[in-house]
Design a protein around this ligand. Structure first.
Ligand code: HEM
Length: 164
């Protein structure tokens, strides 16, 4: 059993769950509940929540970047011998590039929504809209990740390789 690969996968999936789950909770529960508060209390409540959440965002982004890059390296390295010397389909790397760009955009929005700087205030002023956009991007990103995974694991592998 490949302990490092499993640990990295765990790290990646857990950090992804934390980031996307936290954004979903904010959009569907925290923000609507905060909107029922009167003005000075609402700002105070949301600032307190952001202060705590921003630390988790930083840790999740770091975990995702480190585990994602090592994962990519390990997948490319182990692919050949696993599949009778076949190359990883070019589509895999194209999907990775799309995923990587999407992830950077999600990291930016998540950090801006959790931050305190004046330059990113406009994202917090329209938090509902930016949270919705970030979540739509996250849904697409997870779907891309699942397709990437199915290209070198599970019953689908041979079909993917023979169609390349
Ligand atoms: C919002 C950020 C991200 C989320 C929610 C996310 C989510 C996921 C999920 C759900 C998987 C499938 C895991 C599995 O089935 O074991 C995955 C796999 C993967 N992710 Fe991410 N990811 C994110 C960011 C990144 C970043 C920044 C990188 C690269 C630096 C990356 C690289 C990878 C790689 C290489 C795989 C393996 C795909 C495969 O099995 O072939 N991810 N990711």
């Amino acid at each position: 059993m490949e302990v490092v690969a499993i640990l990295l996968r765990w790290m990646h999936v857990f950090a992804g769950m934390t980031l996307v789950g936290g954004l979903l909770y904010q959009r569907l529960a925290l923000l609507p509940a905060a909107c029922e508060l009167a003005d000075p209390q609402r700002a105070e409540f949301l600032n307190g929540a952001r202060r705590r959440w921003s630390k988790l965002v930083m840790i999740a982004v770091l975990f995702l970047l480190v585990s994602g890059l090592v994962n990519l390296f390990l997948t490319i390295k182990t692919f050949k011998p696993l599949l009778e010397d076949q190359q990883l389909p070019g589509l895999y790397l194209q999907l990775f590039l799309v995923k990587f760009v999407l992830a950077l955009v999600i990291f930016f929005f998540a950090s801006a929504l959790a931050g305190r700087g004046a330059a990113t205030q406009r994202f917090r002023d329209e938090a509902r809209r930016w949270l919705t956009i970030t979540l739509i991007l996250a849904v697409i990103l997870v779907a891309i990740s699942n397709v990437m995974r199915s290209m070198h694991t599970g019953p689908n592998v041979k079909a993917v390789i023979s169609n390349q």
